[in-house]
Ligand binder design. Structure first.
Ligand code: SAM
Length: 288
């Protein structure tokens, strides 16, 4: 997978070089290009924003800067050629590259790059989107600042590319960079080969429509708190049922709408319904 990020704060994307994503870069499963939007300005001040038509507070990002920037990054032309890909922060821990990455340039999956525009006015980001986007070969993120990007940039880009506006939550950040870190991390960990144990994300929250229940490790007893006895039973079916119930309990307490969604999709069995009837919706407990 190749990710390109267009931003006025390239250094903000530095965390993408670390941990699991850094490993993915080192193994050539992931390439990350970070592009300074100001490379597409033509004035001495390198202005990327201007006052809004119709008045009002704040500034709006200019279409004459964003339009060529997205086109060049998609095609691998103009100032986009000069951007240096992020290198892994942990190369010494990894072996030589194994899988060749996607080419820096035009369409690599027939459908062309998917342009993602973080904005609080976008569709809420979900695990389903992360899963879908993890199958893309190229993602281009357009990081807004100020009051956001001139609407025509999105309208124009939709004529040539697939574009999705996405929000990471019902709050307003200062810029899109943090949203890119969130989305990129959620997406890249689902790319085959990135997680050491591919099965590990299959039990994560949202994979089965529920939140994951509590997890425990050694020691068996800590500060007077014991790990639930059932986890030592060696009975896989019993452990699986206990985990499911903890998951139902926590979901009912924290995200009851997910229970309702799952019910409507026919995802709750008779055992689940009995369990739900029997609890009050309190937080996940350690009882077994
Ligand atoms: N005027 C915009 C609005 O009310 O919808 C808010 C602009 S915000 C101050 C500046 C930039 O931060 C946005 O263009 C976007 O890139 C990013 N941003 C802010 N909140 C976000 C969120 N919840 N999800 C994704 N991106 C966000």
């Amino acid at each position: 997978m190749r990710i390109d990020v267009v931003t006025i704060f390239p250094e903000y994307l530095e965390p993408l070089r670390h941990a699991l994503l850094g490993k993915a870069i080192e193994r050539n499963i992931l390439q990350v290009g970070v592009h300074n939007l100001r490379s597409w300005t033509h004035d001495v001040h390198q202005a990327v924003d201007d006052s809004p038509y119709g008045g009002g507070p704040g500034m709006v990002m200019k279409p004459e800067v964003w339009g060529p920037a997205l086109d060049d990054v998609a095609a691998g032309t103009g100032p986009a050629v000069e951007a240096v890909d992020l290198t892994s922060a942990i190369p010494h821990r990894m072996g030589p590259p194994k899988t060749p990455g996607a080419a820096h340039g035009g369409a690599v999956n027939g459908a062309g790059p998917l342009i993602l525009v973080p904005t609080p006015a976008g569709r809420p980001f979900t695990q389903d989107m992360a899963q879908r986007w993890s199958e893309e070969e190229r993602l281009i993120f357009a990081c807004g600042r100020y009051e956001g990007i001139d609407e025509r940039v999105i309208e124009d880009a939709r004529k040539r590319y697939r574009v999705e506006e996405v929000s990471i939550g019902d709050y307003v950040l200062i810029g899109g960079e943090v949203a890119v870190l969130v989305i990129a991390e959620a997406v890249v960990r689902l790319v085959p080969g990135v997680l050491g144990n591919q099965a590990s994300h299959q039990e994560d929250s949202f994979q089965d429509g529920l939140l994951e229940g509590p997890s425990y490790t050694k020691p068996r007893s800590w500060r007077g708190l014991d790990v639930p006895e059932v986890l030592f039973s060696g009975n896989h079916a019993k452990v699986a049922r206990w985990r499911r119930e903890q998951s139902l309990r926590r979901t009912l307490a924290n995200r009851p709408e997910l229970i309702e969604n799952l019910r409507q999709q026919g995802g709750l069995g008779a055992d689940d319904e009995d369990f739900l009837k029997g609890i009050q919706g309190g937080p996940a407990s350690n009882e077994n």
